[in-house]
Design a protein. Structure first.
Length: 264
C-alpha cells in the first residue's frame, strides 16, 4: 500500500483550517487569516504520530493537547472559558463534518446487500473532500444561526386571570403583532382558543381591530396579570385566536410592546 504523505499533509491542513475558520465565524472571534493558517499548519504535525508506536489512549490524549494548542495559536488565550468554548466548537464542527464525510464515503464507495457492505472501487478523493467540506460546514453554520435567531424569540408566558386561575403557554415574540385596545391602550397578546379551554372562561370583551387585509371585532379577556421572564404586567389583554398558529409548538403570540415593557 502506497501512502502519499504530501497529499495527507495537504488534506490534514485543509481540514484543520476549515474547522478553525468555522469556529471563527460561528463564535465571531474576528481572528486574522494568518493565525488560522498557523493553527492549521500546527495541526498537521499530528502526522508525526502515525510513525510512533503509541497506545490508543496516549494518541487520544496527544490529539487533545494538539487541538488545545491549535486553539491557543489561532484564537489566543484570554481565559479558560473562552478557550474551552473554542475547543468545544472545534470538536463539534469536526464531528459534524466527519459524520457527513463518512456518510458520503459509505454511500459512494460501498455497495450493500442487506446489512453486508462491500467496496466497489469508487472512493472519495482528497480534492472532493477539500471542495465539499466548506459547503457542508457553511450549511451547518447557516442552519445554526437560523435556529438561534428563531428560537431566541420563544418564551414561557404565565397568565393569571381574575378568578385566580393560571395557565402557562409557549409564546413567540412577533414584532408584527401591534394590536392594541383603542380605549385602554393595552397591547393584545394572542392565545389559541384551545389553550384557554382548561380554564373557566372569564368575562369576554370585544375589541375592534384593523390589520393589513382585515378588520373586525376580536374577543379578548382582561387578565389579572401576565408574567414573562419573572416580570409581571397588567398592561395587556388576552386576544382569543380561533385559528391555530403556524409556528411549531407555539400557543401564544406576544405583542410588540413586550420589547418595551417586559425583558424580552
Amino acid at each position: 500500500m502506497t501512502i502519499y504523505l504530501d497529499l495527507i499533509a495537504i488534506l490534514n491542513f485543509g481540514m484543520d483550517f476549515i474547522l478553525l475558520f468555522t469556529v471563527n465565524n460561528t463564535l465571531k472571534r474576528n481572528t486574522k487569516l494568518r493565525r488560522m493558517i498557523f493553527g492549521g499548519l500546527f495541526g498537521s504535525l499530528t502526522l508525526i504520530f502515525l510513525f510512533l508506536p503509541l497506545h490508543s489512549f496516549a494518541l487520544f490524549f496527544l490529539k487533545i493537547i494538539v487541538s488545545f494548542l491549535m486553539c491557543i495559536i489561532t484564537f489566543q488565550f484570554k481565559n479558560w472559558r473562552y478557550t474551552i468554548e473554542n475547543m468545544i466548537y472545534f470538536y463539534m464542527s469536526g464531528t459534524i463534518l466527519g459524520g457527513f464525510l463518512y456518510y458520503l464515503n459509505l454511500e459512494f464507495s460501498y455497495k450493500h446487500e442487506g446489512i453486508v457492505f462491500f467496496h466497489h472501487g469508487l472512493s472519495i478523493n482528497f480534492i472532493f473532500l477539500i471542495i465539499i467540506s466548506p459547503i457542508i460546514l457553511y450549511i451547518y453554520i447557516r442552519s445554526q444561526k437560523k435556529l438561534k435567531t428563531h428560537y431566541q424569540h420563544y418564551y414561557k408566558l404565565n397568565i393569571l386571570f381574575k378568578n385566580n386561575q393560571t395557565i402557562t403557554v409557549n409564546a413567540f415574540l412577533d414584532t408584527g403583532n401591534k394590536l392594541m385596545d383603542p380605549v385602554t391602550k393595552k397591547g393584545i397578546i394572542l392565545v389559541e382558543e384551545k389553550s384557554l379551554r382548561k380554564i373557566k372562561m372569564p368575562h369576554v370583551i370585544y375589541v375592534p381591530y384593523h390589520s393589513l387585509n382585515n378588520h373586525g371585532l376580536l374577543k379578548c379577556i382582561a387578565p389579572k396579570s401576565v408574567t414573562l421572564d419573572g416580570v409581571s404586567s397588567k398592561n395587556y389583554l388576552i386576544g382569543i385566536s380561533e385559528k391555530k398558529f403556524q409556528i411549531n409548538g407555539i400557543e401564544c403570540i406576544l405583542n410588540s410592546k413586550c420589547l418595551e415593557d417586559l425583558p424580552c
